[in-house]
Design a protein around this ligand. Structure first.
Ligand SMILES: NC(=O)c1ccc[n+]([C@@H]2O[C@H](COP(=O)([O-])OP(=O)(O)OC[C@H]3O[C@@H](n4cnc5c(N)ncnc54)[C@H](O)[C@@H]3O)[C@@H](O)[C@H]2O)c1
Ligand SMILES: [Zn+2]
Ligand SMILES: [Zn+2]
Length: 391
């Protein structure tokens, strides 16, 4: 496995002067959120420093539009501004900093948005998503800095340390996971968030096995990824829930055996289909009301997985007595419990084998200039996933 883990440094050159980021500064067009024009982004030209030690510059070829970006634009979460939005990206390595040994120019990569420290107990124990030293939630690279400057020379912050909606990005080598170049870039980008999160929520968090029943509340990009992963795991029945008939049609295509419009009697309808409640339930919207409903959808001993992320500070009300009495488990799912270097290639392999129809999750391919329309379509519930494609 030496080749897969490590490459001789000689083949990993290519930056104008590896180790001298200033010499390799690049002008890139990117979708920037400043919070001074409502929920709208502007496409600006920014200066991106070259990769420092242990970093790579990636030419972005596709960037997905995720519900998490929308939370930021709609003022539900606070992040450092100005923010280069997007965190679901795939592209090609085009420059490497000094000391990079695992990636070379031309490698196809998917970017991980949770950039763990790689050294703490959680990281060493295979739980990078639980690393408390990660700086990516503050939109900073592991060294606590950003590689970006705007036209006025001020710092700009890549959302989740990715800033995917940009022609090029700089990330740590460990956050750029090499994948099979036969996977198209638009599909590959999804692996970096929605498809990765969905796969991980099923395989790593809920540990669903063949023949178990499941219900997924919210059938957007993340929900459909959960449904596709449930199908891969052999779950049945798979019940999709949404408020949009169009989303439910797509849920059937992704592998749902039943599709229900949400409502107050949801628990009864799920109990009827599953003979008393599902083994596993997933919330993939980010609404505290539907999160509170989740334990009612599972049978005694079942698992309720919180994947959707509500606005900051909102509380979920749950019947504690019933939860304990019926031995139900609530699981918080951060990035699907993924180990990106292990799980991204697995997801790509399942797609290549025709077992995970990720291409069906993409409802529109748009240009960077169309980014605001893509978010509007998401707010209207019109599209599952828009993917920004770059030439
Ligand atoms: N835990 C994680 O690591 C993680 C990773 C990625 C995304 N997320 C979160 O997952 C959530 C979903 O993201 P997405 O990109 O799929 O968003 P999305 O907007 O594409 O999907 C949300 C879906 O929920 C549906 N919906 C809205 N209200 C509903 C209701 N009352 N009942 C049933 N369905 C309803 C919408 O029609 C839509 O199909 C967001 O909160 C996002 O931040 C979490
Ligand atoms: Zn760590
Ligand atoms: Zn996301």
């Amino acid at each position: 496995m030496t080749e897969a883990c490590e490459r001789p440094e000689a083949t990993a050159g290519g930056a104008a002067d590896p180790g001298d980021p200033a010499a390799d500064r690049l002008e890139v067009r990117a979708a920037v959120f400043r919070g001074d024009d409502g929920d709208r982004l502007r496409v600006e030209t920014l200066a991106l420093a070259g990769p420092s030690h242990g970093e790579v510059r990636v030419r972005v070829r596709a960037a997905g539009v995720c519900g998490s970006d929308r939370h930021v634009l709609d003022g539900e979460w606070n992040v450092p501004l100005p923010a280069i939005m997007g965190h679901e990206a795939a592209g090609v390595v085009e420059a490497v900093g000094a000391g990079v040994r695992g990636l070379g120019i031309g490698d196809h990569v998917v970017i991980a948005w949770h950039q763990a420290c790689q050294r703490c107990g959680e990281c060493a124990g295979g739980k990078p998503w639980a690393c408390t030293r990660a700086r990516s939630n503050d939109s900073l690279l592991p060294d606590g800095t950003t590689r970006w400057r705007d036209a006025g020379g001020s710092e700009a912050f890549p959302y989740l340390a990715v800033g995917a909606m940009s022609e090029a990005i700089v990330v740590p080598e460990f956050a750029a996971i090499r994948i099979d170049p036969a996977v198209p870039f638009d599909v590959a980008s999804l692996i970096g968030c929605s498809a990765g999160t969905g796969f991980g929520a099923v395989a790593n968090n809920a540990e669903v096995i063949a023949g178990e029943s499941a219900v997924v509340v919210g059938s957007g990009g993340v929900g459909l990824s959960i449904i596709a992963a449930l199908r891969l795991a052999g779950a049945t029945p798979i019940i999709a829930v949404d408020v949009s008939e169009a989303r439910l049609d797509e849920a059937r295509l992704a592998g749902a055996t039943h599709a229900l419009l949400g409502g107050p009697d949801l628990a009864e309808r799920v109990a009827e289909i599953t003979d008393g409640g599902a083994d596993a339930a997933f919330e993939a919207i980010g609404r505290v009301q539907t999160m509170a409903q989740l334990p009612e959808l599972i049978r005694p001993g079942g698992r309720a997985v919180f994947v959707g992320l509500p606005p900051e500070g909102q509380k979920v009300e749950i019947d504690g007595l019933l939860l304990a009495y019926e031995g139900k488990t609530i699981i918080g799912s951060n990035y699907g419990g993924l180990v990106p270097a292990r799980d991204f290639p697995r997801i790509a392999a399942a797609y290549r084998a025709g077992m995970l129809p990720l291409d069906r999750l993409i409802s529109a391919r748009v240009r960077l200039d169309e980014v605001n329309e893509a978010f509007e379509a998401m707010r209207r519930g019109e599209r599952t996933r828009s993917v920004i494609v770059f030439d």
